[in-house]
Design a protein around this ligand. Sequence first.
Ligand SMILES: Nc1ncnc2[nH]cnc12
Length: 366
Amino acid sequence: MAEPVELEPQQTMKTTLLIINCILLAIGSCGGPLIMRLYFLHGGHRVWFSSFLETAGFPVMLIPLIFFYFRRRKTNHHSSSTIVSMKPPLFFAAAIIGILTGLDDFLYACGVARLPVSTSALIIATQLAFTAVFAFLLVRQKFTPYSVNAVVLLTVGAAVLALHTRSDRPAGESTGEYVKGFVMTLLAAALYGFVLPLVELTYKKAKQNLTYSLVLEIQFVMCFFATIFCMLGMIINNDFKVIPREAREFGLGRGNYYVVVVASAIMWQAFFLGAIGVIFCSSSLLSGILIAILLPITEILAVIFYKEKFQVEKGVSLVLSLWGFVSYFYGEFKQAKKEKNKIMKNTVPETELPQTLAVSYGPSNT
Ligand SMILES: Nc1ncnc2[nH]cnc12
């Protein structure tokens, strides 16, 4: 039987990149909300500042971007490689997604400021249902019985929690504030559920060769515009003036205030890069599913570090999330096995790489 030899390195590269982005997403998904909550728990009050921190770490993207630039120059023998490879249509699309992300960050931070991490994390799980619907509408995402099962289980898991939140309200917080936090978080889930498939659509419609280095440029532009959006909110709310005083009065000390600020900016970069990186390697649906299944870990960490309550409904929600996780990956595993068998049966002639692999993972693509 003939082996599709030249597909193997591309496939390995694709898998490696997917694993790296899953790890980034895991670090950001768990670490981001915990550190944001830490800011609010120890005397931080500025919601716009907190949403600004979700994307303000974008300059760190310059490190891999510069690395890829020099690598490109080396492989192209010094000639015409430019440091920016993004063309204007992609730039405008990334800018619009960035502004939506800025708004989403604000809604999300409003929730984290008012709710326990475990609660906001579970409401965010409803994001997956929005992602599934928008992925179907925007990019014609195909569903299998397993992925539908996963979406339903993860969403029901979040809904179970939504029915039993009264006992969950932090001490001293009014019902109005709690409900506001709940609604804002739900809106954030809906908006980010729209943003993920929009990123996938942007990749599909990009009129240029899509590479991982280009994904990093998109991340840079997106976060730049989101940061400007949140900075405007900070200026209007006088946040810049208040920061030095807030740092002085921070419960963990002034030095630790800035450690929290910097760590927060870096964690959230991992989250956003992981999310759009997984879309590049796979789909917005997988990105949404990973965000949802990382919730139980965030939950457990919040219970351990912040001594949040772990009521029955959180436990039920957790079990449903894990079941959804297993269902999705069992479906993917079966699908991958089917496709592998199909490839083994059909010999691929040397010059004919399948379109997606040839375009996305060619040797000079990073
Ligand atoms: N801004 C945000 N940050 C992290 N997770 C989110 N889920 C929805 N919006 C989010």
